[in-house]
Design a protein. Structure first.
Length: 172
């Protein structure tokens, strides 16, 4: 009898392998058999309804105002058209860096679309930020952003690298 148990839902005695594991129960098994649990889960999922999303019409982002099509927004259940109100770009900038598109555009204009380090025109600017505080420092081109990242955002390492390069140039 120790390897059998009664299901509290269908009241049938079944072997323990017909019950799901549940650590907090004394015997380590669920009180419902797998058949009852599966039927209950299926019925619950079928009863849940979400509003049918309206057909997607290209619309402006709630933050930047740029009109974008369906691919410009993350899908989400429960929204009017099945997509977020913020575009992917604005959502990313806000969640990762805490800035909106207007602040980004202002930084880009203040830098004249030039990298803050090498002063070359940037095709796709990277938002440079302090990894400890999360504070945005400026916009960099990809190579400069990777360079300071590989040198661990450590000013001492960057200065050592500069001194090394200057010394090598003098010798060569």
């Amino acid at each position: 009898m120790a390897d059998e148990k009664e299901c509290t839902r269908c009241h049938q005695v079944k072997t323990l392998d017909q019950f799901r594991s549940k650590k907090r129960n004394k015997d380590g098994k669920s009180s419902w058999c797998k058949t009852c649990a599966t039927a209950h889960t299926r019925k619950y999922r079928e009863s849940r309804t979400y509003p049918t999303p309206e057909p997607f019409v290209p619309r402006p982002c709630s933050t930047c105002g740029v009109v974008k099509d369906r691919d410009g927004y993350w899908p989400v259940k429960g929204c009017r058209d099945g997509h977020q109100l913020q575009c992917k770009r604005c959502k990313h900038m806000w969640t990762k860096y805490g800035i909106n598109s207007a602040e980004y555009d202002l930084m880009l204009a203040e830098q004249g679309s030039l990298c803050a380090i090498c002063e070359k025109v940037m095709e796709s600017p990277n938002i440079d930020h302090c990894h400890e505080t999360g504070k945005v420092r400026g916009l960099l081109c990809g190579p400069c952003n990777r360079g300071i990242g590989l040198l661990q955002d450590e000013p001492k390492l960057l200065r050592s690298a500069a001194l090394y390069l200057e010394g090598v140039d003098r010798l060569g």
